[in-house]
Design a binder for this molecule. Structure first.
Ligand code: FAD
Ligand code: FES
Length: 259
């Protein structure tokens, strides 16, 4: 859960293209990689420049020895710049931030739905779930096969594509609904685009303990700027996604955007 964090100058080890527009970059970052838990994130900024002005949030994808990796879809200024970092180039990381997923509590039967860049959590979650003895199944959705990252870390993955080019023909929530006719997990986790989380909350939120990692835009990542509000379901108040989340029990929050 949220605890100590560091501002660390990380050093690029390598960057691999792993799917359409999708990259995994590995950084030497000993202080952060020693502490990070599945579902926590870092804020990344570039040394010696204000371009881009604000740091970008990234879930930590995996940790190995003193390195950590980030998985990202190169959609804009920040992600394109990270994908161009050469080995040895520096990136300022602040982390680990946020609370992470609650699978550390005990060995549980957990289903995890990921979509788009939300797939970043899959390797670290797979690793930590194995460590605590949880039985995990992953459900991974994308628009088309070329956007699916072939993860070697997790074996128990079912795919869904909108165009039917791989796995279930439809979105990942449709795949989950199909599988729920056969079996039920003790907990359900979701990480992906907001419409996917909204749909998971609506379909499963009151039936299965469901935890969602929200992708609210963030400027500081540390509860300082008040820029990442997410409405509490039982009051007019707001949580701060960076400090109180980014993982919330789905019954605790209300999405104010429509799918
Ligand atoms: C807690 C948290 C964890 C996150 N983890 C990850 C992660 O692991 N990997 C990752 O790639 N991103 C992640 N994000 C999103 C990330 O912080 C950036 O917003 C995103 O990568 C785009 O940054 P950029 O600078 O490249 O794009 P920007 O220059 O900020 O945006 C360029 C354009 O792309 C659009 N855009 C932004 N994000 C997306 C998107 N995901 N898909 C399509 N269009 C988009 C914007 O609306 C804008 O029009 C996370 C966000 C949060 C809050
Ligand atoms: S990003 Fe600044 S308060 Fe959450």
């Amino acid at each position: 859960m949220a605890g100590k964090s560091f501002l660390e100058t990380a050093v690029t080890v390598n960057t691999r293209k792993v799917a359409e527009q999708t990259f995994i970059s590995t950084f030497r970052s000993p202080r952060i990689s020693a502490l990070v838990e599945a579902g926590q994130f870092v804020m990344a900024s570039f040394p010696g420049t204000i371009d881009p002005l604000l740091p970008r949030a990234f879930s930590v994808c995996d940790v190995e020895d003193d390195t950590l990796s980030l998985l990202y879809v190169a959609v804009g200024r920040g992600t394109r710049k990270i994908s161009e970092l050469m080995p040895g180039a520096e990136l300022i990381l602040n982390g680990p931030l946020g609370n992470g997923f609650p699978e550390r509590e005990s060995g549980r039967k957990i289903w995890v739905a990921v979509g788009g860049s939300g797939a970043a959590i899959l390797p670290i979650l797979s690793r930590s779930a194995k460590r605590v003895g949880s039985e995990v199944r992953f459900f991974y959705g994308a628009r088309t096969m070329s956007q699916l990252v072939p993860f070697k870390e997790a074996t128990n993955i079912a795919h869904a594509t909108d165009d039917g080019s791989a796995g279930f023909h439809g979105n990942v929530v449709g795949l989950l609904k199909q599988e729920l006719r056969r079996d039920t997990p003790e907990m359900l986790f979701g990480c992906g685009p907001t419409p996917m989380l909204v749909s998971m909350q609506k379909e499963f939120g009151t039936k299965i303990p469901t935890y969602l990692s929200v992708e609210t835009p963030m400027a500081c990542g540390m509860g300082l700027c008040q820029g990442c509000p997410i409405k509490k379901s039982d009051s007019v108040d707001y949580y701060l996604a960076c400090k109180d989340g980014p993982v919330f029990r789905s019954t605790e929050i209300e999405f104010e955007v429509k799918p």
